[in-house]
Design a binder for this molecule. Sequence first.
Ligand SMILES: Cc1cc2nc3c(=O)[nH]c(=O)nc-3n(C[C@H](O)[C@H](O)[C@H](O)COP(=O)(O)OP(=O)(O)OC[C@H]3O[C@@H](n4cnc5c(N)ncnc54)[C@H](O)[C@@H]3O)c2cc1C
Length: 292
Amino acid sequence: MKPAPFDYVIPATLEEAIGYLANDDVEAHVLAGGQSLVPAMNMRMSRPELLVDLAKVDDLDFIRDESGSLQLGAMTTKRDVEMSPVVAHAQPLLHAANMWVAHPQIRNRSTVGGSIAHADPAAEYPAVALLLGAEFEAQGPNGKRTIPVDDFFVTYFTTALEEGEVLTKVMLPAMAAGTGWSFQEIARRHGDFAMAGVGVTLQLDSAGHCQNTRVVPFALGPTPVRATAVEEAINGETPSADLFEHACQKMADGIEDPTSDVHASVEYRRHLSSVLGARALEEAVDRARAAN
Ligand SMILES: Cc1cc2nc3c(=O)[nH]c(=O)nc-3n(C[C@H](O)[C@H](O)[C@H](O)COP(=O)(O)OP(=O)(O)OC[C@H]3O[C@@H](n4cnc5c(N)ncnc54)[C@H](O)[C@@H]3O)c2cc1C
């Protein structure tokens, strides 16, 4: 299919882009890598009147390690993330999760900011952002603001970004020394969207008990979520397969508003999440032990 007719602009500055996006008379959308927006337009699920391409806006394409906090410009591509020694060193979890995103051709174009702003519940970047406690910088007609990840993802494909706002930067805090991590997902074919996924970070105290555990299942409901009941069940405990399996079974049974679609039923997604959760916890413990 072909998209409905639309106009296209490629501004040179962020202020100019915001000017187009903040015009109430025109339905204007940001164009980043176009890997989600253009297919949606071709299927006429999205009908913007104006595309505002950010490709020529300065200072939206960068990867910086600022005292351990990884700063990613919104127009940084997944390929840049994949190839970056800075990412591999500062945030290996992001590097691992990035490799689950689609195929090389798509990673060449698709952007960090596009994945966060698009807020597909099965996408890896929103889950990584929640797991690491990210913050997002946005700029709009009312100026610049920072949005914590806990306030950002609202529901399917919906974020806290307001009309006319552009996501400009993603900030991922460094993991504490000794943190173990894991990022697991299952898709029908490698590169497809996940049917279920789970990310974990945790530490071990001097007695070998789990602490500061974060568990984020995704592709199971409208947004990635913190599985706080699992986190509480595990913190303070000695890691064991029984503990993890039991906690993750409860997590799977307790998922609210689970997704069921042509790819996987609710029951299958629950099953996958409990298996992946236990696997991810075990792998995170192994990494934490190796790091101590
Ligand atoms: C075959 C295929 C497989 C895929 N598999 C996966 C996968 O496994 N995992 C995954 O996560 N993704 C997958 N994707 C999606 C891909 O990663 C998209 O590129 C990504 O979701 C959106 O990034 P983009 O830069 O292409 O954004 P675009 O498509 O350009 O934009 C997406 C949306 O975000 C908005 N937007 C973009 N940037 C900004 C910004 N800076 N500020 C405000 N709004 C903005 C746009 O207006 C639009 O509404 C797949 C895509 C395809 C075609």
